[in-house]
Design a protein around this ligand. Structure first.
Ligand code: AP5
Ligand code: ZN
Length: 229
């Protein structure tokens, strides 16, 4: 399966991904995770991305498209993949289509993690991450057995630098701005009137499944499984 997960910060993309990944034997490609690794390693790419990420803004389309193009070559991605946090603009979606067309494949499903902004601050500010495995906890909704410690390895958990109430505001604004309509002339689609966003882009292809991302994690998982069955 070739899947895309779209949703605002804290909507549960990173929480559901490992479950879907294991069930369908897919690779998990999260642009945010890959960019954070590049920032931590101080690679040229990381240095370019850092400023935008710290502010909660999007990094450039070219940069993330390059990362995804490279990552999709991995042998583990040949059976299928989960794109988590990509594409976030219509330009990225178009580039992805080109990439997949070259490989003779296409997207099977887009899972839209629909949720109200109001819930997200509590989710984001309570998040704790085990950096090496990517396991995610929440101080209230999914607490680790020992506070601040990974259940499996016993190693310390960390909080993301951009997981503050203040940076979240910019991240949400970027999410709404980027999913906000772009002029059709700009993207060369002339068969519909008006303007489209990333979700509309995939709705036209009839591959979008809506999820109630405000439900408890297990219920969201059940909705994901239903959408993919
Ligand atoms: P990215 O890492 O993609 O961050 P994001 O989109 O802001 O999404 P999050 O990772 O915050 O949310 P999530 O949905 O994964 O939430 P999670 O499941 O962990 O991007 C970071 C930055 O990188 C961007 O700001 C940008 O600068 C850059 N970037 C990345 N991709 C880019 C692109 N394509 N183009 C340009 N720039 C890009 O859940 C959150 C918390 O809630 C956890 O604690 C979890 O335990 C809890 N939780 C999860 N589900 C539930 C539930 N159902 N009920 C209760 N609690 C729950
Ligand atoms: Zn995430």
């Amino acid at each position: 399966k070739r899947l895309i997960l779209i949703g605002p910060p804290g909507s549960g993309k990173g929480t559901q991904s490992p479950i879907i990944k294991d069930e369908y034997c897919l690779c998990h490609l999260a642009t945010g995770d890959m960019l954070r690794a590049a920032v931590a390693a101080k690679t040229p790419l990381g240095l370019k991305a850092k400023e935008a990420m710290d502010k909660g803004e999007l990094v450039s389309d070219d940069l993330v498209v390059g990362i995804i193009d490279e990552a999709m070559k991995k042998p583990s991605c040949q059976k299928g993949f989960i794109l988590d946090g990509f594409p976030r603009t219509v330009v990225q979606a178009q580039k992805l289509d080109e990439m997949l067309a070259k490989r003779g494949t296409k997207i099977d499903k887009v899972l839209n993690f629909a949720i109200d902004d109001a819930i997200l601050e509590e989710r984001i500010t309570g998040r704790w991450i085990h950096p090496t495995s990517g396991r995610t906890y929440h101080s209230k909704f999914a607490p680790p057995k020992v506070p601040g410690t990974d259940d499996v390895t016993g190693e310390p958990l960390i909080q993301r630098k951009d997981d503050t109430a203040e940076v979240l505001k910019s991240r949400l604004e970027a999410f709404h701005r980027q999913t906000e309509p772009v002029l059709l002339e700009d993207i060369g689609l002339c068969f519909i009137e008006g303007k489209i966003n990333v979700i509309d882009y995939y709705s036209k292809k009839r591959v979008v499944a809506q999820l109630h991302a405000d439900k408890p994690p297990k219920e969201v998982t059940a909705e994901v499984q239903k959408a993919l069955s």
